[in-house]
Design a protein around this ligand. Sequence first.
Ligand SMILES: Cc1cc2nc3c(=O)[nH]c(=O)nc-3n(C[C@H](O)[C@H](O)[C@H](O)COP(=O)(O)OP(=O)(O)OC[C@H]3O[C@@H](n4cnc5c(N)ncnc54)[C@H](O)[C@@H]3O)c2cc1C
Length: 387
Amino acid sequence: MSHDPIDALLGPDERAFRAEVRAFIHDTLPASARRNADLGRHATRDEVILWQKALYARGWAAPTWPVEQGGTGWDAVRVYLFTLECGLGAAPKVPAFGTKMIGPVLYTFGSDAQKARYLPRILQADDWWCQGFSEPGAGSDLAAIKTRAERTGDRYIVNGQKIWTTKAQHANRMFALVRTTTEARRQQGISMLLIDMDTPGIELRPIIGIDGSHSLNEVFLTDVSVPAENLVGQEGKGWDYARFLLANERSDITGVGRSRRQLARLRTILGQRGADPVLLAEIAEVDISLTALELTELRFLAAQARGESLGAGASILKLRGTEIQQELTRLLREALGPDALRFGAAATGSAEGIAEEYLYNRASTIYGGSSEIQRSLIARAAMAEGA
Ligand SMILES: Cc1cc2nc3c(=O)[nH]c(=O)nc-3n(C[C@H](O)[C@H](O)[C@H](O)COP(=O)(O)OP(=O)(O)OC[C@H]3O[C@@H](n4cnc5c(N)ncnc54)[C@H](O)[C@@H]3O)c2cc1C
Protein backbone atom coordinates (compact mmCIF):
# COMPACT_ATOMS: atom_id res chain seq x y z
CA MET A 1 0.00 0.00 0.00
CA SER A 2 1.32 3.43 -0.85
CA HIS A 3 1.40 6.42 1.45
CA ASP A 4 -2.06 6.99 3.01
CA PRO A 5 -2.16 10.58 4.28
CA ILE A 6 -5.87 10.62 5.04
CA ASP A 7 -5.71 7.87 7.62
CA ALA A 8 -4.00 10.04 10.25
CA LEU A 9 -6.87 12.56 10.06
CA LEU A 10 -9.63 10.05 10.74
CA GLY A 11 -11.44 9.33 14.00
CA PRO A 12 -12.36 5.77 15.11
CA ASP A 13 -15.89 5.92 13.61
CA GLU A 14 -14.54 7.08 10.27
CA ARG A 15 -11.92 4.34 10.29
CA ALA A 16 -14.63 1.77 11.03
CA PHE A 17 -16.74 3.16 8.17
CA ARG A 18 -13.78 2.98 5.83
CA ALA A 19 -13.13 -0.63 6.80
CA GLU A 20 -16.81 -1.44 6.17
CA VAL A 21 -16.67 0.02 2.65
CA ARG A 22 -13.41 -1.77 1.93
CA ALA A 23 -14.82 -5.10 3.10
CA PHE A 24 -17.97 -4.60 1.02
CA ILE A 25 -15.94 -3.96 -2.12
CA HIS A 26 -13.68 -6.91 -1.39
CA ASP A 27 -16.60 -9.28 -0.78
CA THR A 28 -18.96 -8.06 -3.53
CA LEU A 29 -16.88 -7.09 -6.53
CA PRO A 30 -16.29 -9.94 -9.02
CA ALA A 31 -12.57 -10.59 -9.60
CA SER A 32 -12.96 -10.14 -13.36
CA ALA A 33 -14.45 -6.64 -12.93
CA ARG A 34 -11.69 -5.69 -10.48
CA ARG A 35 -9.04 -6.88 -12.92
CA ASN A 36 -10.58 -4.93 -15.81
CA ALA A 37 -10.67 -1.73 -13.77
CA ASP A 38 -7.18 -2.36 -12.44
CA LEU A 39 -5.82 -2.52 -15.97
CA GLY A 40 -7.52 0.77 -16.79
CA ARG A 41 -9.94 -0.86 -19.20
CA HIS A 42 -13.43 0.51 -19.81
CA ALA A 43 -15.86 -1.40 -17.63
CA THR A 44 -18.35 -3.48 -19.60
CA ARG A 45 -22.04 -2.57 -19.54
CA ASP A 46 -22.82 -5.66 -17.44
CA GLU A 47 -20.04 -4.91 -14.94
CA VAL A 48 -21.32 -1.39 -14.41
CA ILE A 49 -24.97 -2.41 -14.03
CA LEU A 50 -24.18 -5.27 -11.65
CA TRP A 51 -22.02 -3.02 -9.50
CA GLN A 52 -24.60 -0.23 -9.35
CA LYS A 53 -27.29 -2.76 -8.41
CA ALA A 54 -25.03 -4.14 -5.64
CA LEU A 55 -24.55 -0.59 -4.33
CA TYR A 56 -28.30 -0.03 -4.49
CA ALA A 57 -28.99 -3.19 -2.50
CA ARG A 58 -26.56 -1.94 0.17
CA GLY A 59 -28.20 1.53 0.21
CA TRP A 60 -25.12 3.18 -1.30
CA ALA A 61 -26.36 3.88 -4.84
CA ALA A 62 -26.06 7.68 -4.70
CA PRO A 63 -24.00 8.84 -1.73
CA THR A 64 -24.46 12.55 -2.33
CA TRP A 65 -28.23 12.63 -2.99
CA PRO A 66 -30.59 13.90 -0.30
CA VAL A 67 -31.81 11.08 1.93
CA GLU A 68 -35.43 11.57 0.84
CA GLN A 69 -34.37 10.92 -2.77
CA GLY A 70 -32.47 7.74 -1.91
CA GLY A 71 -29.14 9.21 -0.76
CA THR A 72 -27.09 8.05 2.22
CA GLY A 73 -27.00 11.07 4.53
CA TRP A 74 -23.22 10.65 4.81
CA ASP A 75 -21.13 13.65 5.77
CA ALA A 76 -18.40 14.97 3.48
CA VAL A 77 -15.68 12.76 4.97
CA ARG A 78 -17.72 9.59 4.48
CA VAL A 79 -18.60 10.52 0.88
CA TYR A 80 -14.91 11.09 0.27
CA LEU A 81 -13.84 7.83 1.93
CA PHE A 82 -16.41 5.89 -0.09
CA THR A 83 -15.16 7.34 -3.38
CA LEU A 84 -11.55 6.83 -2.34
CA GLU A 85 -12.10 3.19 -1.41
CA CYS A 86 -13.94 2.52 -4.70
CA GLY A 87 -10.86 3.79 -6.53
CA LEU A 88 -8.41 1.95 -4.29
CA GLY A 89 -10.45 -1.25 -4.58
CA ALA A 90 -10.62 -1.00 -8.40
CA ALA A 91 -14.44 -0.91 -8.45
CA PRO A 92 -15.88 -0.26 -11.92
CA LYS A 93 -16.31 3.42 -12.51
CA VAL A 94 -20.07 3.84 -12.68
CA PRO A 95 -20.69 6.39 -15.46
CA ALA A 96 -21.58 9.65 -13.82
CA PHE A 97 -24.39 10.37 -16.30
CA GLY A 98 -27.20 9.09 -14.06
CA THR A 99 -26.23 9.47 -10.41
CA LYS A 100 -23.88 12.45 -10.69
CA MET A 101 -25.27 14.42 -13.62
CA ILE A 102 -28.93 14.15 -14.61
CA GLY A 103 -30.12 12.75 -11.24
CA PRO A 104 -29.22 15.90 -9.24
CA VAL A 105 -30.58 18.11 -12.05
CA LEU A 106 -33.92 16.26 -11.90
CA TYR A 107 -34.35 16.32 -8.13
CA THR A 108 -33.41 20.01 -8.12
CA PHE A 109 -35.20 21.34 -11.22
CA GLY A 110 -37.36 18.48 -12.61
CA SER A 111 -41.14 18.03 -12.43
CA ASP A 112 -42.71 15.68 -9.87
CA ALA A 113 -43.55 13.28 -12.69
CA GLN A 114 -39.92 13.26 -13.89
CA LYS A 115 -38.64 12.65 -10.35
CA ALA A 116 -41.06 9.77 -9.82
CA ARG A 117 -40.33 8.24 -13.20
CA TYR A 118 -36.56 8.57 -13.49
CA LEU A 119 -34.90 8.81 -10.07
CA PRO A 120 -35.65 5.25 -8.89
CA ARG A 121 -34.49 3.91 -12.25
CA ILE A 122 -31.23 5.88 -11.99
CA LEU A 123 -30.54 4.49 -8.52
CA GLN A 124 -31.07 0.92 -9.70
CA ALA A 125 -29.27 1.32 -13.03
CA ASP A 126 -32.44 0.45 -14.95
CA ASP A 127 -31.67 3.27 -17.36
CA TRP A 128 -28.36 4.13 -18.98
CA TRP A 129 -28.14 7.84 -19.70
CA CYS A 130 -25.83 9.59 -22.11
CA GLN A 131 -24.91 13.25 -22.31
CA GLY A 132 -25.89 15.05 -25.51
CA PHE A 133 -24.17 18.39 -25.05
CA SER A 134 -21.20 18.73 -27.45
CA GLU A 135 -21.66 19.28 -31.17
CA PRO A 136 -19.23 19.84 -34.02
CA GLY A 137 -18.36 23.50 -33.43
CA ALA A 138 -19.78 23.59 -29.89
CA GLY A 139 -17.48 22.05 -27.26
CA SER A 140 -15.67 24.64 -25.16
CA ASP A 141 -18.09 27.17 -26.58
CA LEU A 142 -21.11 25.12 -25.61
CA ALA A 143 -23.50 28.03 -26.02
CA ALA A 144 -22.92 27.70 -29.79
CA ILE A 145 -25.05 24.53 -30.03
CA LYS A 146 -27.24 24.41 -33.12
CA THR A 147 -29.47 21.37 -32.54
CA ARG A 148 -32.99 22.78 -32.86
CA ALA A 149 -36.10 21.77 -30.93
CA GLU A 150 -39.28 23.26 -32.33
CA ARG A 151 -42.44 23.11 -30.28
CA THR A 152 -45.50 21.86 -32.16
CA GLY A 153 -48.46 21.23 -29.87
CA ASP A 154 -47.41 18.96 -27.03
CA ARG A 155 -44.19 17.77 -28.74
CA TYR A 156 -40.74 19.07 -29.61
CA ILE A 157 -39.31 18.12 -33.01
CA VAL A 158 -35.53 17.85 -32.68
CA ASN A 159 -33.02 18.13 -35.55
CA GLY A 160 -29.25 18.30 -35.28
CA GLN A 161 -26.07 16.43 -34.38
CA LYS A 162 -24.25 15.59 -31.17
CA ILE A 163 -20.67 14.33 -30.98
CA TRP A 164 -18.31 12.65 -28.50
CA THR A 165 -21.33 11.08 -26.86
CA THR A 166 -19.74 8.64 -24.43
CA LYS A 167 -21.27 5.14 -24.29
CA ALA A 168 -24.33 6.22 -26.28
CA GLN A 169 -24.30 2.70 -27.72
CA HIS A 170 -25.33 1.44 -24.25
CA ALA A 171 -27.79 4.23 -23.51
CA ASN A 172 -31.57 4.09 -23.61
CA ARG A 173 -31.90 7.77 -22.64
CA MET A 174 -30.12 11.01 -23.39
CA PHE A 175 -30.23 14.38 -21.65
CA ALA A 176 -29.61 16.90 -24.39
CA LEU A 177 -29.08 20.60 -24.77
CA VAL A 178 -31.21 21.96 -27.62
CA ARG A 179 -31.91 25.38 -29.02
CA THR A 180 -35.56 26.34 -28.59
CA THR A 181 -35.19 29.88 -29.89
CA THR A 182 -32.63 31.83 -31.88
CA GLU A 183 -34.10 35.17 -30.92
CA ALA A 184 -32.81 35.51 -27.36
CA ARG A 185 -29.18 35.83 -26.15
CA ARG A 186 -27.37 32.58 -27.08
CA GLN A 187 -27.51 31.11 -23.57
CA GLN A 188 -31.17 32.00 -23.07
CA GLY A 189 -32.24 30.12 -26.19
CA ILE A 190 -31.07 26.78 -24.78
CA SER A 191 -33.31 24.18 -23.14
CA MET A 192 -32.69 20.70 -21.71
CA LEU A 193 -34.68 17.75 -23.07
CA LEU A 194 -34.85 14.10 -22.00
CA ILE A 195 -34.85 11.94 -25.12
CA ASP A 196 -35.54 8.21 -25.39
CA MET A 197 -32.81 6.73 -27.57
CA ASP A 198 -35.20 4.36 -29.32
CA THR A 199 -37.22 7.25 -30.76
CA PRO A 200 -37.36 7.06 -34.59
CA GLY A 201 -34.88 9.46 -36.24
CA ILE A 202 -31.89 8.80 -33.95
CA GLU A 203 -28.82 7.35 -35.63
CA LEU A 204 -25.54 6.46 -33.91
CA ARG A 205 -22.14 6.27 -35.56
CA PRO A 206 -19.20 4.94 -33.53
CA ILE A 207 -15.94 6.86 -33.09
CA ILE A 208 -13.05 4.48 -32.36
CA GLY A 209 -10.55 5.98 -29.93
CA ILE A 210 -6.77 6.03 -30.16
CA ASP A 211 -6.72 3.18 -27.62
CA GLY A 212 -8.79 1.03 -30.00
CA SER A 213 -11.91 1.16 -27.86
CA HIS A 214 -15.45 2.10 -28.86
CA SER A 215 -16.48 4.53 -26.17
CA LEU A 216 -17.45 7.58 -28.23
CA ASN A 217 -20.19 8.22 -30.78
CA GLU A 218 -21.77 10.69 -33.08
CA VAL A 219 -25.53 10.98 -32.63
CA PHE A 220 -27.66 12.28 -35.50
CA LEU A 221 -31.20 13.48 -34.75
CA THR A 222 -33.65 13.84 -37.64
CA ASP A 223 -37.23 14.92 -36.90
CA VAL A 224 -37.05 13.26 -33.50
CA SER A 225 -40.40 13.74 -31.76
CA VAL A 226 -40.11 14.29 -27.99
CA PRO A 227 -43.07 14.80 -25.63
CA ALA A 228 -43.12 18.33 -24.18
CA GLU A 229 -43.32 16.79 -20.69
CA ASN A 230 -39.67 15.73 -21.24
CA LEU A 231 -38.54 19.34 -21.00
CA VAL A 232 -36.48 19.81 -17.82
CA GLY A 233 -37.60 22.82 -15.77
CA GLN A 234 -38.39 25.83 -17.91
CA GLU A 235 -37.82 26.44 -21.60
CA GLY A 236 -34.76 28.68 -22.08
CA LYS A 237 -33.20 27.75 -18.73
CA GLY A 238 -31.13 24.83 -20.05
CA TRP A 239 -27.90 26.78 -19.73
CA ASP A 240 -28.37 27.19 -15.97
CA TYR A 241 -29.09 23.48 -15.56
CA ALA A 242 -26.07 22.61 -17.71
CA ARG A 243 -23.74 24.70 -15.55
CA PHE A 244 -25.09 23.03 -12.43
CA LEU A 245 -24.54 19.63 -14.05
CA LEU A 246 -21.04 20.41 -15.34
CA ALA A 247 -19.79 21.33 -11.85
CA ASN A 248 -20.82 17.85 -10.67
CA GLU A 249 -19.23 16.24 -13.73
CA ARG A 250 -15.92 18.00 -13.18
CA SER A 251 -15.55 17.17 -9.52
CA ASP A 252 -16.31 13.52 -10.34
CA ILE A 253 -13.24 13.27 -12.57
CA THR A 254 -10.70 13.87 -9.72
CA GLY A 255 -9.99 10.14 -9.21
CA VAL A 256 -7.68 10.20 -6.17
CA GLY A 257 -8.34 6.56 -5.26
CA ARG A 258 -7.54 5.30 -8.74
CA SER A 259 -4.40 7.46 -8.84
CA ARG A 260 -3.24 6.05 -5.49
CA ARG A 261 -3.71 2.56 -6.89
CA GLN A 262 -1.68 3.54 -9.97
CA LEU A 263 1.07 4.86 -7.71
CA ALA A 264 1.18 1.51 -5.90
CA ARG A 265 1.36 -0.27 -9.28
CA LEU A 266 4.22 1.99 -10.30
CA ARG A 267 6.14 1.21 -7.12
CA THR A 268 5.59 -2.54 -7.64
CA ILE A 269 7.05 -2.29 -11.15
CA LEU A 270 10.03 -0.33 -9.85
CA GLY A 271 10.52 -2.96 -7.13
CA GLN A 272 10.79 -5.59 -9.87
CA ARG A 273 12.86 -3.64 -12.36
CA GLY A 274 14.72 -1.00 -10.39
CA ALA A 275 14.63 2.74 -11.07
CA ASP A 276 16.97 5.61 -11.66
CA PRO A 277 16.99 8.53 -9.17
CA VAL A 278 15.35 10.93 -11.62
CA LEU A 279 12.33 8.65 -11.96
CA LEU A 280 12.17 8.22 -8.18
CA ALA A 281 12.18 12.00 -7.72
CA GLU A 282 9.37 12.38 -10.26
CA ILE A 283 7.33 9.75 -8.44
CA ALA A 284 7.86 11.50 -5.10
CA GLU A 285 6.69 14.73 -6.71
CA VAL A 286 3.48 13.20 -8.06
CA ASP A 287 2.83 11.57 -4.67
CA ILE A 288 3.06 14.99 -2.99
CA SER A 289 0.77 16.52 -5.63
CA LEU A 290 -1.74 13.75 -5.05
CA THR A 291 -1.72 14.37 -1.30
CA ALA A 292 -2.28 18.09 -1.91
CA LEU A 293 -5.18 17.26 -4.25
CA GLU A 294 -6.66 14.88 -1.71
CA LEU A 295 -6.62 17.51 1.03
CA THR A 296 -8.03 20.11 -1.37
CA GLU A 297 -10.88 17.80 -2.33
CA LEU A 298 -11.71 17.20 1.34
CA ARG A 299 -11.65 20.93 2.01
CA PHE A 300 -14.07 21.58 -0.88
CA LEU A 301 -16.38 18.75 0.18
CA ALA A 302 -16.53 20.14 3.71
CA ALA A 303 -17.36 23.61 2.35
CA GLN A 304 -20.07 22.10 0.13
CA ALA A 305 -21.53 20.25 3.11
CA ARG A 306 -21.80 23.64 4.86
CA GLY A 307 -23.95 24.77 1.92
CA GLU A 308 -21.25 26.74 0.11
CA SER A 309 -21.10 26.50 -3.68
CA LEU A 310 -18.13 24.64 -5.12
CA GLY A 311 -17.62 27.38 -7.74
CA ALA A 312 -14.19 27.18 -9.37
CA GLY A 313 -13.32 24.39 -6.92
CA ALA A 314 -14.74 21.87 -9.41
CA SER A 315 -12.36 23.23 -12.06
CA ILE A 316 -9.36 22.94 -9.71
CA LEU A 317 -10.21 19.31 -8.91
CA LYS A 318 -10.75 18.44 -12.57
CA LEU A 319 -7.58 20.17 -13.74
CA ARG A 320 -5.20 18.75 -11.12
CA GLY A 321 -6.88 15.34 -10.99
CA THR A 322 -6.49 14.77 -14.72
CA GLU A 323 -2.95 16.20 -14.87
CA ILE A 324 -1.91 13.75 -12.16
CA GLN A 325 -3.66 10.86 -13.95
CA GLN A 326 -1.71 11.66 -17.11
CA GLU A 327 1.56 12.03 -15.22
CA LEU A 328 1.07 8.63 -13.61
CA THR A 329 0.47 6.84 -16.92
CA ARG A 330 3.55 8.61 -18.31
CA LEU A 331 5.64 7.42 -15.37
CA LEU A 332 4.29 3.88 -15.72
CA ARG A 333 5.54 3.88 -19.30
CA GLU A 334 8.91 5.27 -18.22
CA ALA A 335 9.21 2.55 -15.60
CA LEU A 336 8.46 -0.16 -18.17
CA GLY A 337 10.98 1.08 -20.71
CA PRO A 338 10.63 -0.55 -24.17
CA ASP A 339 7.91 -2.92 -22.85
CA ALA A 340 5.61 0.11 -22.70
CA LEU A 341 5.45 0.04 -26.49
CA ARG A 342 3.57 -3.26 -26.42
CA PHE A 343 -0.12 -2.81 -27.20
CA GLY A 344 -3.21 -4.99 -26.72
CA ALA A 345 -2.55 -8.72 -26.49
CA ALA A 346 1.19 -8.15 -27.06
CA ALA A 347 1.44 -6.42 -23.66
CA THR A 348 1.70 -9.01 -20.93
CA GLY A 349 2.61 -9.08 -17.24
CA SER A 350 3.20 -5.68 -15.69
CA ALA A 351 2.82 -3.98 -19.11
CA GLU A 352 -0.77 -5.19 -19.59
CA GLY A 353 -3.20 -2.36 -20.42
CA ILE A 354 -0.69 0.44 -19.85
CA ALA A 355 -0.26 1.59 -23.47
CA GLU A 356 -4.05 1.75 -23.97
CA GLU A 357 -4.63 3.60 -20.72
CA TYR A 358 -1.85 6.06 -21.49
CA LEU A 359 -3.39 6.77 -24.90
CA TYR A 360 -7.00 7.03 -23.69
CA ASN A 361 -5.88 9.30 -20.87
CA ARG A 362 -4.81 11.95 -23.38
CA ALA A 363 -8.54 12.75 -23.47
CA SER A 364 -8.89 13.43 -19.75
CA THR A 365 -7.65 16.99 -20.06
CA ILE A 366 -10.27 17.56 -22.78
CA TYR A 367 -13.51 15.86 -21.64
CA GLY A 368 -15.63 17.56 -19.02
CA GLY A 369 -14.19 20.88 -20.26
CA SER A 370 -10.59 21.30 -21.43
CA SER A 371 -7.71 22.36 -19.15
CA GLU A 372 -7.47 25.75 -20.84
CA ILE A 373 -11.12 26.44 -20.07
CA GLN A 374 -10.69 25.29 -16.44
CA ARG A 375 -7.70 27.63 -16.04
CA SER A 376 -9.78 30.53 -17.34
CA LEU A 377 -12.62 29.71 -14.92
CA ILE A 378 -10.18 29.53 -12.00
CA ALA A 379 -8.53 32.81 -13.00
CA ARG A 380 -11.88 34.54 -13.36
CA ALA A 381 -13.00 33.32 -9.92
CA ALA A 382 -9.69 34.44 -8.37
CA MET A 383 -10.02 37.88 -9.95
CA ALA A 384 -13.63 38.19 -8.73
CA GLU A 385 -12.51 37.24 -5.21
CA GLY A 386 -9.69 39.76 -5.29
CA ALA A 387 -11.96 42.50 -6.62
C1 LIG B 1 -13.14 11.10 -24.30
C2 LIG B 1 -14.18 12.19 -24.43
C3 LIG B 1 -15.45 11.96 -23.94
C4 LIG B 1 -16.43 12.96 -24.10
N1 LIG B 1 -17.72 12.67 -23.70
C5 LIG B 1 -18.70 13.58 -23.95
C6 LIG B 1 -20.06 13.25 -23.69
O1 LIG B 1 -20.39 12.15 -23.23
N2 LIG B 1 -21.00 14.18 -23.99
C7 LIG B 1 -20.70 15.41 -24.49
O2 LIG B 1 -21.60 16.22 -24.68
N3 LIG B 1 -19.41 15.73 -24.76
C8 LIG B 1 -18.41 14.85 -24.51
N4 LIG B 1 -17.10 15.16 -24.81
C9 LIG B 1 -16.81 16.44 -25.46
C10 LIG B 1 -16.00 17.41 -24.61
O3 LIG B 1 -16.80 18.03 -23.63
C11 LIG B 1 -15.37 18.43 -25.58
O4 LIG B 1 -14.45 17.69 -26.37
C12 LIG B 1 -14.65 19.52 -24.86
O5 LIG B 1 -15.56 20.37 -24.22
C13 LIG B 1 -13.78 20.37 -25.85
O6 LIG B 1 -14.56 20.77 -26.93
P1 LIG B 1 -14.07 20.53 -28.44
O7 LIG B 1 -13.67 19.10 -28.58
O8 LIG B 1 -15.13 21.05 -29.34
O9 LIG B 1 -12.75 21.39 -28.61
P2 LIG B 1 -12.66 22.99 -28.85
O10 LIG B 1 -13.66 23.63 -27.97
O11 LIG B 1 -12.74 23.23 -30.30
O12 LIG B 1 -11.23 23.27 -28.33
C14 LIG B 1 -10.05 22.96 -29.09
C15 LIG B 1 -8.85 23.51 -28.29
O13 LIG B 1 -8.97 24.94 -28.16
C16 LIG B 1 -8.91 25.31 -26.79
N5 LIG B 1 -9.86 26.39 -26.53
C17 LIG B 1 -11.13 26.50 -26.99
N6 LIG B 1 -11.70 27.64 -26.53
C18 LIG B 1 -10.77 28.26 -25.76
C19 LIG B 1 -10.76 29.47 -24.99
N7 LIG B 1 -11.84 30.24 -24.91
N8 LIG B 1 -9.63 29.78 -24.31
C20 LIG B 1 -8.53 28.98 -24.36
N9 LIG B 1 -8.48 27.83 -25.09
C21 LIG B 1 -9.58 27.47 -25.76
C22 LIG B 1 -9.35 24.07 -26.03
O14 LIG B 1 -8.83 24.05 -24.71
C23 LIG B 1 -8.77 22.95 -26.86
O15 LIG B 1 -7.41 22.74 -26.55
C24 LIG B 1 -16.10 14.20 -24.67
C25 LIG B 1 -14.80 14.42 -25.13
C26 LIG B 1 -13.84 13.43 -25.03
C27 LIG B 1 -12.47 13.71 -25.56
